[in-house]
Write a protein that binds this ligand. Structure first.
Ligand code: ZN
Length: 316
């Protein structure tokens, strides 16, 4: 029996400024900061997770803010655009919000859908699109009430250097269904209700450069540890070279580079972000894995403070 992913688990990107990232994803977009921790491989850098109220898989975007790091260039081998799903009928709300808070956006079309397209402070491309699927958010922040809030990922636009190789990976290994081709993109759908629409460039795209303002990897959902093990075997059987299973505290992960240059991760749904914090207090405290606890004071001083805050000119 073949296994299929429900869709995107999370997307991880590099940025420069932690506070500017918080102001954009929480302040402007209204997402919840669900986890404030560090890069486990580089404890001088935050690892910030934003999502819905619980940080449900399919809603999570994560950032490593490296102050003064080199800027990257968006291109082949990366997630090009991160797509967020908003409830039907709320595009005008979001346009007014972006106007009010002086966030520049353009309106674009793909597969007959209208997207509000904007850039985050580091130049990452983000778009909002109305989708029927996916449960309404239960989280409100600033001037974003829960019934108009982002529900989670609508999906992502993948930029591949070799889409003829990425396409069969998405279909035969990840288990997505090809549902159409238009506007230079092939569209795929997973069986989940969120993070489920993946657009892949139909013609090869030139390699981008990693760095600030680019996505580092996209993670796909495995429903549990048992299925995660099966994924690892499945990926290897298709000729990819997955890493060993790595404990990321809030999920287990494997990574592999696909032939179109993208770094894929497969991550387990459990245990989730309430593993080490009460669900009502997610993201409030700096969380460290046990092996860094003895160094908390120094780590905290190095990181400097960040604050989730309502933007000036915003109101509930
Ligand atoms: Zn990841």
């Amino acid at each position: 029996m073949t296994i299929r992913t429900a869709g995107i688990h999370h997307i991880t990107a590099f940025v420069q400024n932690a506070q500017a990232t918080v102001d954009f994803y929480s302040g402007l977009l209204g997402l919840r900061l669900v986890k404030k921790t560090i890069n486990f491989d580089a404890p001088e850098v935050y690892h910030l997770y934003f999502g819905d109220e619980a940080g449900t898989p399919g809603t999570i975007i994560t950032f490593f803010p490296f102050a003064g790091s080199r800027k990257g260039r968006i291109g082949g081998g990366q997630v090009g655009i991160t797509t967020y799903a908003i409830p039907p009928g709320t595009t005008s709300f979001w346009k007014e919000r972006f106007d009010k808070l002086q966030a520049a956006y353009t309106e674009t079309q793909r597969f007959s859908e209208t997207y509000l397209h904007l850039q985050d402070p580091d130049g990452l491309l983000v778009e909002l699109v109305e989708r029927e699927e996916g449960a309404l958010s239960t989280w409100s922040f600033g001037g974003v009430p829960a019934d108009k809030a982002i529900k989670g990922f609508g999906g992502a636009v993948l930029y591949s250097t070799a889409p003829e190789k990425t396409a069969p990976l998405l279909e035969r290994v990840m288990g997505l269904e090809r549902v159409g081709e238009a506007d230079g993109f092939i569209r795929y759908r997973s069986y989940g209700e969120i993070g489920n629409i993946i657009d892949l460039n139909a013609s090869p795209m030139e390699h981008g450069h990693g760095g600030a303002g680019t996505v580092h990897h996209i993670a796909w959902r495995a429903k549990d540890d048992r299925q995660h093990n099966e994924w690892r075997e499945e990926v290897a059987r298709h000729g990819y070279q997955p890493t060993p299973i790595i404990d990321r505290q809030y999920f287990n992960a494997i990574y592999f580079r696909e032939a179109g240059g993208l770094l894929f991760e497969i991550a387990t749904d459990p245990p989730g972000f309430a593993r080490d914090e009460h669900p009502d207090e997610l993201g409030e405290k700096l969380m460290l894995p046990d092996w860094y606890e003895p160094h908390r004071a120094r780590i905290q001083t190095n990181l400097g403070p960040i604050e989730v805050r309502v933007l000036e000119g915003d109101h509930a």
